[in-house]
Design a protein around this ligand. Structure first.
Ligand SMILES: NC(=O)c1ccc[n+]([C@@H]2O[C@H](COP(=O)([O-])OP(=O)(O)OC[C@H]3O[C@@H](n4cnc5c(N)ncnc54)[C@H](OP(=O)(O)O)[C@@H]3O)[C@@H](O)[C@H]2O)c1
Length: 281
């Protein structure tokens, strides 16, 4: 298969390149090679390359900064996917796009997880621009997969790396107990994408995180436990831990739709163990 991977220096992109490197022709573009916000460049590039699949790993992901950079976030997260959707559609390519748990409001009972088609109510600029990206794809492209993921970590700046660093430097760290979700290893998300393509599952929107739910507090305890880090984890609340963008309190995503397609999704604890084995080498 010929696969175009956009935003190719990003954290997920690294895992996607690795997952698809054998038996495929990969065309990897960073922002200098293809800026997805430019509609003409995007159409010209896709028309020239004629990929079977476009895996869009390009995004504006600075959740707090987005509160002040709405125009830029909208350009990258909404206009970019629209440009790719139009170009994919014109060239009979399938667009694979990554979205987020932040499209939901997060006020659901913590014993429940969001299904794909539940009402969206983003509470951040980032979430709202990502929702516009989803809508632009659905409205402009016939062959698409939108995978909503969450709490992503891998080869790039991420929560696990931050906690490992803080755990070494400090005697204690304060972590929120009232945000619920699923940490997701980029390697596992890339593999889920590969399984979906391989199985040729129906086009549409899917939730794609590791299995199981936790809080940032419990996840941090697990990180320190596995890495044998001697640092106390002090519980705090989202209200006390101030950030520019409010986080959804419950962003648990149900994976029933993907599981029903026979996709294998590892547990988040298993994923964390595999990640830390590499990270702590
Ligand atoms: N990280 C998370 O916790 C998380 C959670 C849920 C969903 N997601 C979604 O998962 C996907 C992958 O996230 P990630 O963490 O791998 O993101 P990332 O590491 O921030 O990578 C995004 C990449 O996109 C590039 N980019 C920015 N603007 C571009 C443009 N106009 N044209 C082409 N490339 C551009 C960036 O380049 P520069 O670095 O040069 O700007 C960067 O290499 C995103 O769609 C994100 O919204 C992430």
């Amino acid at each position: 298969m010929k696969i175009l991977i956009t935003g190719s220096n990003g954290m997920l992109a690294k895992a996607v390149k690795d997952e698809f490197k054998d038996n495929n022709e990969l065309i990897c573009t960073d922002v200098a090679e293809l800026d997805i916000t430019n509609s003409n460049d995007t159409m010209d590039f896709v028309t020239k390359v004629r990929p079977d699949y476009i895996i869009n790993c390009a995004a504006y992901t600075a959740v707090d900064k987005a509160e002040e950079q709405e125009d830029l976030a909208e350009k990258v997260n909404a206009i970019g996917p629209r440009n790719l959707a139009i170009a994919a559609n014109a060239n009979n390519a399938t667009l694979v796009h990554i979205s987020t748990d932040y499209v939901f409001g997060g006020d659901k009972d913590i014993n429940e997880a969001y299904l794909e088609d539940e009402p969206k109510a983003p509470i951040t600029v980032y979430g709202s621009t990502k929702l516009h990206g989803e809508e632009n794809i659905i409205n402009n492209c016939k062959k698409y997969y939108i995978f909503r993921t969450a709490w992503l970590y891998g080869d790039g700046n991420n929560f696990v790396r931050t906690m490992l660093k803080l755990g070494k430097e400090k005697e204690e760290v304060s972590v929120v107990t009232d945000e619920h979700g699923s940490p997701t290893y980029a390697v596992d998300l890339a593999n889920i994408i590969a399984q979906a393509i391989e199985k040729d599952i129906p086009y549409g929107v899917y939730h794609a995180t590791n299995q199981g739910f936790t809080t940032w507090y419990d996840f941090t305890k697990k990180i320190f436990d596995i890495s044998k880090t001697d640092c106390k984890v002090v519980p705090t609340t989202a209200k006390e831990f101030k950030r520019a963008a409010k986080r959804p309190s419950n962003s648990q995503l149900s994976k029933e739709k993907l599981l029903a397609q026979g996709i294998n999704i590892p547990e988040y604890t298993n994923a964390l163990e595999r990640y830390l084995k590499i990270e702590l080498q």
